[in-house]
Ligand binder design. Structure first.
Ligand code: PLP
Length: 377
């Protein structure tokens, strides 16, 4: 059996150990220290966000963003339905109800038209949503101008789940820097990783400082342990932040490598009828192409489905995944109000994520190519 080709696996740059060793040698083995500060600075410089707080996970960052916006039990928060469950779960941590909104077809991200419909209907039903949580899947920026216009029109803060979109830009500006908060993730499969970790970014200094306070058990300024807020243990460790600093040195290289994967697949499918890729709609969009993703239309492929491709690749020990199953189709969120027109359901039915690691070799690309050509011949 050939060795496994992963969808997306960690890819170290080389300098990570230098920072980790430094932390060890100086005994900064704690959820604070020079690597945490350095990593936060790196994130600020890279994204152009004025402030960043490094946290234990992207999910923790989403949770804190909702706490910082004062979202409480009984409130409603609008979220993209087509996403990973980690986008939506934290809404329930604060006791609020997720209001799920469908995708549009160009970027697969939150549809601004359905968003406005949802807001108007929720207001008509008596509750104005407290926040909008939009996601940028597979690295593709969403329709930022339109989403921001709706958010501003109704004066609802926008939280951008950019967990998959570090290195992506809209009109030259980093994802996660348009709304009130941006969320980043450094889980093992993301474009860069700290093994596990996340960050909250914002131009609002007070809120980012408050996020650090809440993330370290909300300790008031006193010599004894004094608390006037409920706190969390969400800070990033200085050890893993060292990995993050090393990874930031190679982030641009990783983006270039993932974009090269996309070009490889684009060429591979150029002559295949019925297979389309998720692509930048125009030059305003710059995707890190974290995962190259395709749609397979069996009506045009002589009946070949995305599942046929997935199973053939699996046989060759090549990992592929269907696109995210929308949250409004998940048993856990099926009762949540949903505003949509079937777009994300169709994406789930026909879509597939292809191996997209930045560490993929030419030999591995050849194996993928052979397996895919096998399906279509
Ligand atoms: C990975 C991911 C998250 C969660 O990040 P963690 O660091 O794993 O908690 C949230 N949203 C999306 C869209 C993700 O892909």
């Amino acid at each position: 059996m050939n060795p496994k080709i992963w969808l997306s696996s960690p890819h170290m740059g080389g300098n990570e150990m230098k920072y980790v060793q430094e932390a060890y040698d100086t005994n900064w083995v704690a959820p604070l220290g020079p690597n945490v500060n350095g990593f936060e600075e790196d994130l600020q410089n890279y994204t152009g966000s004025a402030h960043a707080s490094a946290l234990s996970a992207g999910t923790a960052a989403i949770h804190l963003s909702l706490v910082l916006l004062g979202v409480k039990a009984g409130d409603e928060v609008i979220a993209s339905s087509f996403t990973f469950s980690a986008t939506v779960n934290p809404i329930t941590y604060v006791g609020a109800t997720p209001i799920l909104v469908d995708s549009e077809k160009d970027t697969w991200n939150m549809c601004p038209v359905q968003l406005e419909k949802a807001i108007q209907d929720r207001i008509a039903k008596g509750k104005k949503p407290k926040a909008i949580l939009c996601v940028y899947l597979y690295g593709m920026p969403g329709k930022v101008d339109e989403l921001m216009a709706v958010a501003n029109k109704y004066d609802i803060p926008l939280i951008e789940d950019a967990a998959e979109a570090l290195g992506s830009k809209y009109k030259g500006q980093s994802m996660g820097t348009f709304g009130k908060f941006g969320i980043l993730s450094f889980n093992g499969n993301k474009i860069i990783t700290t093994s596990g970790g996340g960050a909250l970014i914002s131009d609002d200094q007070e809120l980012i400082e408050k996020s650090r306070f809440l993330a370290t058990q909300a300790r008031d300024n006193a010599p004894h342990y004094q608390h006037s807020h409920v706190g969390y243990n969400y800070r990033m460790s200085n050890i893993v932040a060292g990995i993050g600093r090393g990874q930031m040195e190679v982030l641009d290289e990783r983006v270039a490598q993932r974009r090269a994967n996309f070009e490889f697949y684009k060429e591979l499918f150029a002559d295949v009828n019925g297979v389309t890729l998720l692509e930048e709609p125009n030059e305003d969009y710059y995707s890190n192409y974290w995962l190259t993703s395709i749609l397979v239309d069996p009506a045009k492929t002589n009946g070949i489905t995305r599942e046929d491709i997935r199973l053939e690749l699996e046989k060759e020990n090549i990992e592929c995944r269907p696109l995210w199953k929308p949250m409004h189709m998940q048993p856990v969120f099926v009762e949540c109000p949903f505003y949509g027109d079937g777009t994300s359901e169709k994406l789930f039915e026909d879509g597939l994520c292809l191996p997209s690691g930045s560490n993929m070799t030419d030999e591995e690309r050849d194996r993928i190519k052979m397996a895919i050509l096998n399906v279509f011949n």
